[in-house]
Each structure stands twice: as structure tokens, then as C-alpha cells.
Design a protein around this ligand. Structure first.
Ligand SMILES: [Zn+2]
Length: 459
């Protein structure tokens, strides 16, 4: 018996959790947190339908919260198995999970102080102690090395260039009758992007779990450096502030890398760049520490030294230093998280910068339904931020070229050599998944279905 069950990342881009059953063994692929709309976030509080105590392995495609953010909860529900991923994914996951715990603890404290909670008292989903209890369950593996979990279950990781350490998971599963090759894409990165490597071609499989974040969209042909240059020039002319709400892992480092390139080539006058994200600073350190083995863009390393830091990048460590940026005179760039504007230091900057038309807010990542970031790119006239209704007079730009996700054409390119018997679309909002399903059925004649939450399928 070989089955798959979808416990998250089905009909939504968050909460990825796919459970494989092979006879009596269970393997969970990713263990993400639900984010965005309240009805989704509430799912984080429900115990899983499967038994975490009986689960022996979690295979992690990459460290982003929507793929790793529920791990401390899984441990709290009794999981005592192994969490397998690349070393870079483990290091980045620790940073992301600690930050997530901190935000939740602060949110719970805030709600209790103000009495705005229907729960008495409001609790964090997990604490930093829970994260520290989770980390010993991690065990690292290398890319492209088969790992045998049991004689019936083995897997390897295939680099997909989404963020540092990210990989698709290729599995060989065996029951009493046959062998089934399963490929779980995780988030697929893009081709010819700054800093990250190109995705390696999808290996042949019988069943494919394919992400569909941008199943309905073809990214513009424009290069990330051109899009960033265009908005940066505007703020230089206006002497404004360019605020880049960046995903702390991946996008922040790419933005820093491209800004350095634009300054070095003389295409952009050198203006101050502030990295105001404790998580972004830590993640940049991890990027630098893996610059060798994970072969980041050769230009990120000069003489064996990582160039992401330095060259005038200003590190903003403390909340007090961050608050002082309110008096910053333009032109300047502030990179601050989080990327979807759902929390973090970026909110103070938004409240401060949005009312002034001299400033420009440049979004560089996917904005989930229900996030402030989505409202902003959809043209909101004002935003509710930290209890204030803030008018949006600053220019808002959506730098789609920085997307970390393959678009529909890149997903087709990534899968060009394979012929799965079954394809399940995961990690996409319904419209995006529908559009990709249509393309795959028409152009590939594949048997495609869109995964539904709670669904169980025989492979
Ligand atoms: Zn991701």
C-alpha cells in the first residue's frame, strides 16, 4: 500500500504537509505553518489527523515558514523521529523558527496586555524553548545522495535553486507489489537569477507533487537588476526612501547582491543601504558560510571572501537603531522584514514612509491572500498598521522579477523530461492551480489533479 494524504499546502500556498504511507511506515514531506487568512491560521491549532508519535521521518524541502513552521508543534504533539534536510536548510530553519516563536510570543503578550483575546490567556503557537527542543531532531543529508530509510523507502534531494539549501525530494517507495517513484517539488526556483543556482531538471517519476504558486502567471522578461534600478533611480531623484519589505531568507540576500552590482558598475549612485532585520542579518551570515559548498554566484565570493556584507551595507541590530531610521534623510534604501507585511520591524517603517509620495515601497516576493502586502499591491488607499489607519501616498511597485518561484513557463521547463502517471498540484491558490492543470493537460496530456485538503490518494 502506497498512499499520499494532503494535510496542508492544498488549495493554498501555506501549511505544506504531505503524508506518504508505505505499508505501516509514514513519511511527512514538509511541515509548514498556515499563514494569511484567519481561517487558515486557526488550523495551526488543531492536532494533526495522523499520529505524530508514530511518524518516523519528516523530509524538509526548504526552510521557509510555510514548509517548516509547524515543526515545533509537531514535536509538541509527540513527534520523536528525524527531520532530514540539507545542512543549510537546518541552519536557516533554526533562524526562521526562532524568529517565528519570538513574533508569536510578542503577539500573545500584546493581546493579553490589551485584553484583545477570546482565549484566556492568549498563547503563542510555540515558544523559543519549543524550537530549541525541536532542533536536535534534525539530521542533515547532502544533495544527490540516496538515503535509505528502510528497505522500502529511500530518497535523495535535488537542488531546485529556490533558496539556499532548497531541494526537491525524489523518493523510491516499495510495497509488496511494486516500486513507485515519487517526486515532491517543494518550491521550485528560477533560472538565471542573481545569487542562486538554476534548478536541476526534475528526475523521472511515477507520481509528481508540483507546486503551483505561479501556475497562472508568466513573469515579465525584465531582469531583476533592471527592475530594481528603475525604482532606485526614482528615489534618488526624489531624495526619498526606498523601502523593500524583503523575505529575510533569499530575497534579502539577492536584493543586497544586486544593489552591490549596480553600485559597483556605476549604474546607480552609491546610496546608503540599511538591512533592518535581525533574521535577515543572521540569514545573510548563513548564506556567506555556505558560499563555498553550495556554489552561490561566483561574484558573491571574491578571493574566498563573501561580499554580501561590507561595501557600505549598514546593519541595523537593535530596535532603538531601527527606530532612529524614522529620521533618515533620503535617498536611502531600507530592507526590512517581513516580506508580506504581516509583522516585524517593517511595520514601523511603513507607518512612517507610506504617507509621503517621495518614498517608494518595492515588493519583491509572493503576497498571500489576506496579507497587508497583497492589499498594498492591489491598490489599497490606506492600511491599518499598529492601530493606525495609514494613508498610502508613497509609490508602490511590485518587482515581479525577484520572485523566488518558477512561473508557469519555468515549471514547464523544469518538468520537460518527465512523464508521471499522476500529477498532484499543491502549494497554489485555486485559480493558479486550475490554470497550471489546464496547461499540463493540454500540452502534456498528463493526468493532473488539484490536491484537496484532507484528501487521501492511492499511488
Ligand atoms: Zn519557499
Amino acid at each position: 500500500m502506497i498512499q499520499i494524504e494532503f494535510h496542508g499546502g492544498a488549495g493554498t500556498v501555506t501549511g505544506s504537509k504531505h503524508l506518504l504511507r508505505v505499508n505501516n511506515d509514514e513519511v511527512l514531506i514538509d511541515c509548514g505553518m498556515f499563514q494569511g487568512l484567519k481561517e487558515l491560521r486557526q488550523k495551526n491549532w488543531s492536532p494533526p489527523i495522523f499520529d505524530p508519535a508514530g511518524l518516523r521521518w519528516v523530509l524538509l524541502t526548504h526552510a521557509h515558514l510555510d514548509h517548516s513552521g509547524w515543526l515545533p508543534r509537531l514535536v509538541r504533539h509527540g513527534f520523536r523521529g528525524r527531520i532530514l534536510c540539507t545542512a543549510a536548510t537546518r541552519d536557516v530553519a533554526q533562524i526562521i523558527l526562532m524568529d517565528s516563536a519570538k513574533l508569536q510570543m510578542e503577539e500573545a503578550q500584546y493581546r493579553n496586555r490589551r485584553g484583545i483575546t477570546s482565549h484566556q490567556p492568549a498563547l503563542p503557537l510555540y515558544t523559543q524553548e519549543d524550537v530549541l527542543e525541536t532542533m536536535p531532531f534534525f539530521q542533515t543529508v547532502e544533495y544527490a545522495r540516496w538515503v535509505e530509510l528502510t528497505p522500502q523507502i529511500s530518497f535523495q534531494l535535488v537542488d531546485v535553486g529556490h533558496i539556499l539549501g532548497s531541494g526537491a525530494i525524489e523518493l523510491r517507495l516499495q510495497d509488496e507489489r511494486r516500486t513507485v517513484r515519487v517526486l515532491a517539488s517543494g518550491d521550485v526556483g528560477r533560472y538565471d537569477m542573481p545569487l542562486h543556482r538554476d534548478p536541476q531538471d526534475a528526475p523521472e517519476c511515477d507520481a509528481l507533487l508540483l507546486e503551483s504558486t505561479y501556475g497562472a502567471r508568466a513573469h515579465l522578461a525584465q531582469r531583476p537588476e533592471e527592475q530594481l534600478l528603475a525604482v532606485a533611480r526614482k528615489v534618488v531623484e526624489r531624495k526619498g526612501i526606498l523601502l523593500i519589505p524583503a523575505f529575510a531568507v533569499g530575497r534579502s540576500q539577492q536584493v543586497i547582491f544586486v544593489l552591490h552590482q549596480l553600485f559597483d558598475s556605476g549604474r546607480l549612485p552609491r546610496i546608503p543601504v540599511y538591512l533592518d532585520s535581525p533574521m535577515g542579518i543572521n540569514a545573510t551570515k548563513v548564506y556567506c558560510s555556505y558560499a563555498g559548498p553550495y556554489r552561490l554566484d561566483a561574484e558573491a565570493l571574491r578571493g574566498g571572501v563573501c561580499t554580501l556584507f561590507g561595501k557600505g551595507l549598514k546593519i541595523v541590530k537593535t530596535p532603538a537603531q531601527s527606530a532612529r531610521l524614522a529620521g533618515l534623510k533620503g535617498p536611502a534604501v531600507i530592507i526590512s522584514s517581513n516580506g508580506m507585511l504581516t509583522g516585524g520591524r517593517v511595520l514601523h517603517h511603513l507607518r512612517n514612509l507610506l504617507p509621503n509620495p517621495r518614498n517608494l515601497v518595492a515588493m519583491v516576493g509572493y503576497q498571500a491572500a489576506g496579507s497587508r502586502g497583497r492589499y498594498l499591491i492591489d491598490g489599497a488607499q490606506s492600511l491599518r498598521i499598529l492601530r493606525d489607519e495609514v494613508p498610502v501616498r508613497a509609490e508602490v511597485a511590485d518587482l515581479k522579477a525577484f520572485s523566488g518561484h518558477a512561473d508557469v513557463n519555468e515549471l514547464l521547463r523544469w518538468t520537460r523530461n518527465i512523464h508521471p502517471r499522476q500529477c498532484f498540484l499543491v502549494h497554489g491558490e485555486p485559480q493558479a492551480a486550475e490554470a497550471l492543470a489546464l496547461r499540463l493537460r493540454e500540452e502534456r496530456d498528463w493526468n493532473v489533479s488539484i490536491a484537496r485538503l484532507g484528501e487521501r490518494v492511492e499511488l
